[in-house]
Design a protein around this ligand. Structure first.
Ligand SMILES: [Zn+2]
Length: 264
């Protein structure tokens, strides 16, 4: 049995940093922290924060506690439905709190969101999918998306970039993008048909590399290589710390990715 704390210390790199408050452990990204523009977090086990697998009261209680620690109003959490496609919603003040209390309240049929409104916390819930955090420190705008194989194939990451360009005038070369913990090329075996859909790119035998596919997508949209930070933490390898749909079987719990522009 590997000691969880030891694993966490080993996982501590210049790309990620662990925080623990009131018994809740979550990750933050130093590249985002040093901008002082956002509040952000990626949670860990045992908190299952997506509606659906356990009683709603428990989820709301846990979400409230995480938000309390981060200094975020949990009634303002703003989520998309998450349907494994690549629609991106532009979140304004009027969308604040959609999906905070019920799954039905989430913004329908979207897998990504962008916003330039302060203090509207964007959230999404993942187990093995790649959570992508976007920050344009120049225009003060953010984006959040997730990409499993379907979202990656549908160019979810690129769609967030182009939506930020279109809506906020973001220049891709200014963007900072973080790839959070998700299933790595070490563990992500897929069927031949999926390898074929990717035209045998980003794969080694049956193993698909979602990290590389998303990095490539971001580069092709003009994001600079040095501004793409892959946390390189595999949820399946570190299944004692994170939920992994592959490792746990379906349905499993979901971590919460949260990103919010601070008030200036
Ligand atoms: Zn792995």
């Amino acid at each position: 049995m590997v000691n969880v704390l030891e694993v966490e210390e080993k996982m501590e790199t210049e790309k990620i940093s662990w925080r623990e408050r009131e018994g809740i452990k979550y990750l933050v990204f130093p590249r985002f922290e040093e901008t002082d523009l956002v509040i952000h977090a990626f949670t860990s086990r045992p908190l299952d924060l997506r509606f659906g697998r356990r009683p709603r009261e428990g989820i709301l209680r846990d979400r409230r506690q995480v938000c309390h620690i981060l200094g975020v109003n949990f009634l303002c959490l703003t989520a998309g439905e998450q349907v494994h496609r690549a629609e991106v919603s532009t979140v304004g003040r009027e969308d604040e709190g959609r999906g905070a209390l019920t799954q039905e309240g989430a913004i329908p049929e979207v897998d990504g969101s962008v916003s330039d409104v302060s203090e509207v916390p964007l959230v999404l819930f993942t187990a093995d999918c790649v959570p992508l955090f976007f920050l344009d420190p120049v225009k003060r705008a953010i984006g959040l998306a997730h990409a499993g194989w379907r979202g990656t194939l549908a160019r979810a990451a690129g769609k967030v970039v182009s939506q930020m360009e279109e809506v906020y005038g973001t220049r891709p070369e200014d963007l900072l993008v973080i790839l959070g913990p998700s299933i790595g090329p070490c563990c992500y075996e897929v069927g031949e048909e999926i390898i074929n859909l990717f035209h045998h790119r980003f794969s080694d035998g049956r193993r698909l590399n979602l990290w590389e596919a998303n990095r490539e997508e971001l580069l092709s949209e003009g994001v600079k290589d040095e501004n793409i930070v892959n946390s390189e933490i595999c949820t399946s390898c570190h299944n004692d710390i994170f939920f992994s749909e592959r490792r746990d079987g379906s349905p499993t719990g979901r971590m919460m990715a949260l990103l919010m522009l601070s008030s200036n």
